[in-house]
Design a protein around this ligand. Structure first.
Ligand code: FAD
Ligand code: NAD
Length: 463
């Protein structure tokens, strides 16, 4: 039996949770608790390594497509293990150094390496047997990959985004279950490296959370290069004698491969925290319920990131961490005066697939469902000068504006550098710049790619 240890602040999770501990917390007695790899999802198994693989994939694709610019080249070899070493040779030390810094470099902070769960109001039991109490607690416990029981219980080896990037060798054929972000990004990466990719998705299109124009076009492009099975899911999975796996779909189709990636969404980790012991409510989707100040339903307990957010994105978790950091320094349950509000109005996202995709604001359907009088315009990359330079025949920028006011309601870009191209539209929406002011109130560098945005806005204004 150990004595309870008391802290001013306890943080569960070292992803975005770790970023709370800036110098304003120097000298405070803080417990930082992590059951997995220090640094959480983004740095270790999420955004950062995936985009390092995506960049390598784009280099491979540039070589493959060079002939269209009059340059002949051939892709000699993809050195998979060297790619892994480049990525994780840079990333793994960041986690190790981060853990060491929190263990020894920040006086007042104690790093606990253990699973935590609540056993009372702001009282945590660690898997090590230690008991921690705290004046304030932050739940920053993230989410984990969902593995449907028909796969988990099949005895067939499978991968999730947690381990697919460290496969010992490239498979010849990869079967991906799911049709969302992770499926689209890894389909791009592996196919660019020469792997034959099959995708099995439940919906009638890929990336169906997107505006229909983008999802339809992306699905059509994906069908040209990958073996795509839509409106279907897994009935059974089994090992094939001599190696490999075979997936039988609900319509009887059989899809064979050498490796299986499961990418059917991520579930918030609140279900592993015994939240009822501390009075923190979760909603029907398993997300910790928070208000606009990131306060949970239990006094003194905040939450941030994937554990509570419908948008499981790192920039959202980072924003919420900044809100929590400020509100922790106030008496947040005494009065809301002076508390910082989270701003979830214009959350952009990007899928780093081929072509890249980025979006912000409403889809056309959402704007119509909201009864808004709208004008939309789809501007092809191929009709602006930089699109000619790139020989682009796929890229589009779609904008949705409100007639009369010119308010920009939504923007959807698919094509080269989409996450960069969309950024001025995010800024315009955030700061209330209307379409006409944005299009004509500034210079657009000629002949740069953002002219696709300028022309999309002008097109929508004419409709
Ligand atoms: C493959 C992949 C690619 C992605 N790419 C992007 C991208 O390009 N852009 C983007 O914006 N987002 C991306 N995301 C999403 C992004 O990674 C997450 O939204 C973000 O990292 C969530 O941060 P978090 O702090 O909420 O959780 P995490 O970073 O997951 O941190 C939670 C931590 O809590 C720990 N923990 C959980 N429960 C307990 C417990 N009971 N006790 C102790 N410790 C616990 C976990 O081990 C984990 O380390 C990607 C995700 C994946 C999986
Ligand atoms: N670039 C980025 O920002 C990025 C990249 C990767 C992941 N993420 C985050 O991680 C989250 C999880 O990614 P994800 O791709 O796992 O989830 P997702 O929610 O994006 O997509 C899941 C997909 O799987 C399908 N599906 C669900 N159950 C299925 C089943 N049994 N059989 C076949 N298909 C099924 C769904 O219809 C959906 O298309 C994303 O929602 C996103 O928030 C972000």
């Amino acid at each position: 039996m150990t004595d309870d240890q008391h802290f001013e602040l306890a943080i569960i999770g070292t992803g975005s949770g770790n970023t709370i501990l800036t110098k304003q917390f120097a000298g405070k007695k803080v417990a930082l608790i992590e059951e997995g790899t220090f640094g959480g999802t983004c740095i270790n198994v999420g955004c950062i390594p995936t985009k390092m693989f995506v960049y390598a994939a784009e280099v491979a694709q540039t070589i493959r497509h060079s002939a269209r610019y009059g340059i002949d080249s051939s892709l000699d070899k993809v050195r998979w293990t060297d790619i892994i070493d480049r990525v994780f040779g840079r990333i793994d030390p960041i986690s190790v150094n981060g853990a060491q810094f929190r263990s020894t470099g920040t006086p007042g902070t104690t790093l606990f390496t253990a699973h935590a769960r609540f056993v009372g109001p702001r009282k945590l039991a660690l898997a090590t047997g230690e008991i921690i109490t705290a004046d304030q607690v932050v739940i920053a416990a993230g989410s984990r990959a969902i593995v449907p029981p028909e796969i988990a219980d099949s005895g067939v080896p499978f991968h999730t985004s947690d381990d697919i990037m460290r496969l010992p060798e490239l498979p010849e054929r990869l079967v991906i279950i799911g049709g969302g972000y992770i499926a689209a990004e890894f389909a791009h990466v592996f196919s660019a490296f020469g792997v034959s990719v099959s995708i099995i998705a439940r919906g009638e299109k890929l990336l169906r959370h997107l505006d229909h124009d983008i999802a339809d076009r992306f699905t059509a492009l994906a069908q040209e290069k990958w073996d795509v099975h839509l409106g279907n899911t897994v009935r059974t999975v089994h090992k094939v004698e001599g190696g490999g796996i075979s997936v039988e779909l609900t319509d009887g189709t059989r899809v064979d491969g050498d490796a299986l990636l499961v990418a059917v969404g991520r579930v918030p980790n609140g279900d592993r925290l015994d939240l009822q012991a501390t009075g923190v409510d979760v909603d029907d989707a398993g997300r910790v319920v928070v208000d606009e100040y990131q306060r949970t339903t239990a006094k003194g307990i905040f939450a941030l990131g994937d554990v509570c957010s419908p948008k499981q994105l790192k920039h959202v978790a980072n924003h919420e961490a900044r809100v929590v950091r400020d509100n922790l320094l106030r008496d947040a349950w005494a009065s809301t005066d002076g508390l910082v509000r989270a701003d979830h109005r214009f959350i952009p996202s990007a899928v780093f697939t081929d072509p890249q995709i980025a979006d912000v604001g409403m889809t056309e359907e959402q704007a119509r469902d909201a009864g808004l009088d709208i004008a939309t315009y789809v501007q092809d990359y191929s009709d602006v000068a930089y699109g000619w330079a790139m020989e682009d025949h796929e890229g589009v920028c779609k904008v949705i504006i409100e007639r009369g006011t010119g308010k920009i309601l939504g923007a959807h870009v698919m094509g080269a550098q989409a996450p960069t191209v969309i950024q001025p539209l995010i800024q315009a929406m955030q700061f209330g710049l209307d379409a006409r002011s944005m299009a004509r109130g500034q210079y657009w560098i000629h002949p740069a790619l953002p002219e696709v945005v300028e022309n999309a806005l002008l097109g929508a204004l004419k409709h």
